[in-house]
Design a protein around this ligand. Structure first.
Ligand SMILES: C[S@@+](CC[C@H](N)C(=O)[O-])C[C@H]1O[C@@H](n2cnc3c(N)ncnc32)[C@H](O)[C@@H]1O
Length: 258
């Protein structure tokens, strides 16, 4: 179920239960995001906050957060995980957050920017940022050149030959620049190696929205292929290299917007 007025193009209801097993963002990447505000206790709007994956990291660094999430199942987990923190949860979408204008030091999209109509979300973000505030979008990219990850990509492509990651792995600079609302974006890249229990890592594949969408009825079969492949390694833990990749841009003053 979702509480948004119209059905979401990206529905995370079935993926919510296993989403929490996904790896955290690189700590240095979150440090750099929070430092953008240049002051303690920055006000952050975390959009598409989901199960609070990024929200918990922001709260741990002293941010005061408004978390916006349209999907009931994801938001319920997020609320639970952040109970007692300096966070207020809202039902909304990136294109229409319902948040106050000119109120936030930083607006973050943790793996959620590509679920939005990006030009509309950029416009809405410019509305809620205070003058000089920062737009940030980040993702965790698995290093697909790592040997095990390359094998897994092979298993996926054996069933979905034209499998792709869409906007999630695209350069976000053009859409940010075309909006005319922000200064030149800078790229954030912080590698992080996660040693993860095999059981958790296999469970996390069940929350993979991009794979689910492209696999359709083959989703369960692909998950079974990955399970078999990784379980055959006969280990309890594996090392999975990720890079937290993001784009950061300062909102332009109203008079300088194109
Ligand atoms: C990949 S999850 C990211 C969750 C979390 N922010 C993180 O860092 O892992 C994407 C989230 O975006 C939400 N979402 C879907 N459509 C959205 C929209 N139009 N605006 C904002 N969020 C949306 C989904 O419900 C889901 O919770």
């Amino acid at each position: 179920m979702t509480s948004a007025n119209k059905p979401l193009e990206w529905d995370y209801t079935k993926l919510a239960a296993t989403y929490t097993q996904r790896p955290p963002y690189a700590p240095r990447a979150v440090d750099r995001i929070v430092e953008l505000a240049g002051r303690p206790a920055p006000r952050v709007a975390d959009i598409g906050a989901g199960n609070a994956h990024l929200t918990v990291d922001l709260l741990a660094r002293g941010c005061v957060v408004d978390a916006v999430e349209p999907n009931d199942a994801m938001r319920e987990i997020g609320v639970e995980r952040t109970r007692g923190g300096e966070v207020t949860w809202h039902v909304g979408i990136g294109e229409d957050t319902g948040l106050a204008s000119a109120a936030y030091d930083i607006v973050t999209f943790g793996s959620s920017f590509a679920t939005t109509d990006r030009p509309l979300a950029l416009r809405e973000t410019a509305r809620i940022l205070r003058p000089g505030g920062w737009f940030v979008c980040v993702w965790n990219h698995r290093d697909l050149e790592d040997p095990l990850q390359a094998e897994i990509e092979g298993l996926i492509r054996a069933r979905i030959p034209d499998y792709g990651y869409g906007a999630r792995r695209e350069d976000q600079a053009p859409v940010i620049e075309e909006s005319g609302l922000y200064g030149t974006p800078t790229v954030l890249r912080e590698p992080v190696l996660h040693r993860v229990p095999v059981a958790d890592w296999l469970a996390a594949w069940r929350s993979h929205g991009i794979l689910e969408r492209q696999a359709g009825e083959q989703f369960d079969a692909i998950l079974a292929d990955i399970d078999r492949h990784v379980e055959a390694l006969g280990v309890d833990e594996i090392d999975v290299p990720y890079v937290t990749v993001g784009w950061i841009a300062a909102v332009r003053d109203a008079g300088e917007r194109r």
